[in-house]
Design a protein around this ligand. Sequence first.
Ligand SMILES: Nc1nc2c(ncn2[C@@H]2O[C@H](COP(=O)(O)OP(=O)(O)OP(=O)(O)O)[C@@H](O)[C@H]2O)c(=O)[nH]1
Ligand SMILES: [Mg+2]
Length: 314
Amino acid sequence: VDDAAALAARVLTGDTRAVAKALSLVEEGGTGVEALLRQIGAERRASRLIGFTGGFGAGKSTLVEAVGACLLERGERVAVLAVDPSSPFTGGALLGDRIRMNRLASGGGFVRSMATRGALGGLSGAAGEAIAVLEAAGFDWVLVETVGAGQDEIDIAAEVDTVVVLLPPGAGDDVQTAKAGLLEAADLLVVNKADQPGADGVVAALEGMVALGTACDWVPSVLRTVARTGEGVEALLEAIESHQRHLDGSGRRDALRRTRRRRRVEALVAELAVDLVRANDPAAWTSTLDAVAAGELDAYTAARRLLAAIGRRA
Ligand SMILES: Nc1nc2c(ncn2[C@@H]2O[C@H](COP(=O)(O)OP(=O)(O)OP(=O)(O)O)[C@@H](O)[C@H]2O)c(=O)[nH]1
Ligand SMILES: [Mg+2]
């Protein structure tokens, strides 16, 4: 706990080595991170939290680096978090992110890739905890990169304030059959690699989709970027800032944060309850799960029976 207190104090001064160490604790999960996050507590400040999501190779890292570079030029403190949802299989991708963002790192940005296996709550839990650390360290901006191919980008959407979804040229047909969730989660839609053929088609498809949408207070804009050359990046940053102003003006930022904090407690209670039930009577845990697995007992009865037993043995 003393260690955690010392580390938390260093994180709060913005010491990047302490931040790196704290993020390793988040990655590992367990009691270390719990002690740290207790110490950091409610002291987190409000960074601007921007998520960048899209399929493999959509240009997320390149775009994040370009946006980050613009922000650094303005004298902002920038952290980049590349969250890897499938770390056991993509060690190479992790390394790639680190290498590709060297320019940003050497320009004074803080860049970190992280796996999400250890943390409670999986992807969003780990990202949420890492963001808490980065906010405590006083970064003005936290740019979060995640590969989005289904549920993951929706999970991440809950942890950031502005969600930028990247779609590649030629994704026009995908857009027609778009995963509704992806577009629902998007605050800004970016057709990156606009230097490649097929960009116009995706832009048109996205604009059509946005026009059909029922969004009341914020209509996602559709932008084009060439992350590699920086084309369109200033405009994207302006759109991000416009969304940020919308969040502040509408009270939505506050609402998002409150929801996030509440949900975090719910997720932790759910996960800690499993630990508690299991530790309460390991033999009963095993035999009950075996009975459900064998089809002898239904899951509801099993869950209620296990919960009801908490404390009975203490
Ligand atoms: N032509 C072109 N290539 C680009 C553009 N942006 C990125 N790329 C290239 O696309 C490839 C993938 O870019 P990344 O930034 O690594 O993409 P990513 O989405 O982060 O990839 P993963 O994290 O592996 O999913 C690289 O070779 C980039 O140089 C662009 O605007 N135009
Ligand atoms: Mg990447």
